[in-house]
Design a protein around this ligand. Structure first.
Ligand code: FES
Length: 147
């Protein structure tokens, strides 16, 4: 195989893999817009539910993406009463983070954070901004006034 053919086939393979990865991560991430008010944002707890064969399972996180917010908020569910809401802006230089399973990743320089917003890999040196969450019947209120 000539050098040019090798480069073309390698790039095609990489693009295919990247496309598959993007599709699978899109499929896994459940986006919601929430209801924004002056104090915070409300989401429905049903957004975490997934029906499978007449059984209810729960997503480990949903992402709030609302055009009124400068960055998305990732809300992790640990139990019926335990949630963490994380501002998806990197603590290093402010890029938007990507969520993947139990961690958040920065595409700019590679910082990583766990599902509580704690930095696990630099160059970021600070944890992410998180917000208090309150359960209210079948809704979760994320208080954007406090940190
Ligand atoms: S902006 Fe996220 S690691 Fe630099």
């Amino acid at each position: 195989m000539k050098r040019r053919e090798f480069i073309v086939s390698s790039c095609t393979a990489c693009l295919s893999m990247t496309g598959l990865a993007a599709l699978s991560s899109c499929k896994a991430t459940h986006l919601v817009s929430g209801q924004l008010n002056k104090d915070g944002v409300l989401i429905d707890l049903n957004d975490f539910k997934v029906k499978k064969n007449a059984q209810t399972e729960y997503r480990s996180y949903v992402v709030i993406r609302n055009e009124e917010l400068k960055f998305p908020i990732c809300v992790y569910r640990f139990s019926d009463t335990d949630y963490t809401a994380i501002w998806m802006q990197c603590a290093h230089q402010g890029a938007e983070l990507q969520v993947s399973g139990t961690h958040l990743h920065c595409p700019a320089h590679g910082s990583e954070y766990d599902n509580k917003g704690r930095v696990t890999n630099g160059p970021a040196e600070r944890d992410l901004r998180t917000f208090p969450v309150t359960l209210n019947n079948d809704q979760l209120f994320i208080d954007l006034r406090k940190q």
